[in-house]
Write a protein that binds this ligand. Sequence first.
Ligand SMILES: CC(C)(COP(=O)(O)OP(=O)(O)OC[C@H]1O[C@@H](n2cnc3c(N)ncnc32)[C@H](O)[C@@H]1OP(=O)(O)O)[C@@H](O)C(=O)NCCC(=O)NCCS
Length: 205
Amino acid sequence: MNNKLLIIGASGHGKVVADIALRMKKWQTIAFLDDDHSIKSSMGLEVIGTSNDASSYLNECDFFVGVGNNETRQRIHESLNKAGANIPVLIHPHAIIGSQVDIGGGTVVMAGVIINCCTKISKGCIINTGATIDHDNYIREYVHISPGVNLAGSVVVGGKSWIGIGSSISNNVNITSECQVGAGSVVVKDITEPGVYVGVPVRRI
Ligand SMILES: CC(C)(COP(=O)(O)OP(=O)(O)OC[C@H]1O[C@@H](n2cnc3c(N)ncnc32)[C@H](O)[C@@H]1OP(=O)(O)O)[C@@H](O)C(=O)NCCC(=O)NCCS
C-alpha cells in the first residue's frame, strides 16, 4: 500500500469514490486523473493529469478506477493491473460487511450497504448506496449493483451486468453476464441470455 491514491475519473461516480477514500483515512494524498482537460479539480482534490499519465505514478501511488460504465472500468482496471498497480478495495465506514465475505480489488462498497456472510464480490464492482446483498451471493467482475437494490440469498450476478436502482432479485436466481436490469424491476427466475430486462416480474425488451 502507498500513502497516495490516484482516482481515475473525476465525475459523479469518481467524486463518491473520493469521498469514501477520504473517510477511510488511509491515504495522505488523494488526487484524480481525468481525460477531460477542462476539469482542474473535483471535491477540492486536484486533477493532476489524464489516464495516459498513470504509468508515471505506478511506483508511488495506489490506483482506483472511479468510472461508472462497466466496460470502461474493466478496460482501465485491467490495463492498470497488467502494469502492476496496487488497486485497493474501498469500503465506506458505514457499510456493514458480514463474516467470510470476500471482496476483490477495485470494488467500491458505498454508504449504507449491507453484505451478509459468505458472499463473494469479484474485482472492479460497484456496490452502490444502500444496496443489500444477502448470504452466499456471487457477484462476478465489473458488475454494478445500483442504489437500493436488494439481492436475496444465493444470487449469482454475471460479469459486467448492471442491476438498476431499486431492483429486487429473489433467492437462488442466476443472472448471466452483460445484462441490464431496469430500475425498480423484480427478477424471480434465472436470466440466461444477455440483454435488457424490465418490469415486475422482468421481461426482455
Ligand atoms: C432499462 C433501461 C436501461 C432501458 O433504457 P432504454 O434502453 O433507453 O429504454 P427506453 O427508455 O427506450 O424504454 C423502452 C421501453 O421500456 C420501458 N422501460 C424502461 N425502463 C423501464 C423500467 N425500469 N421499468 C419498466 N419499464 C421500463 C419504457 O417505458 C419503454 O416502454 P414503451 O416502449 O412501452 O414506451 C433504463 O430505463 C433503466 O431502467 N435504467 C436504470 C437506471 C439506473 O438504475 N440508474 C442508477 C444509476 S446509479
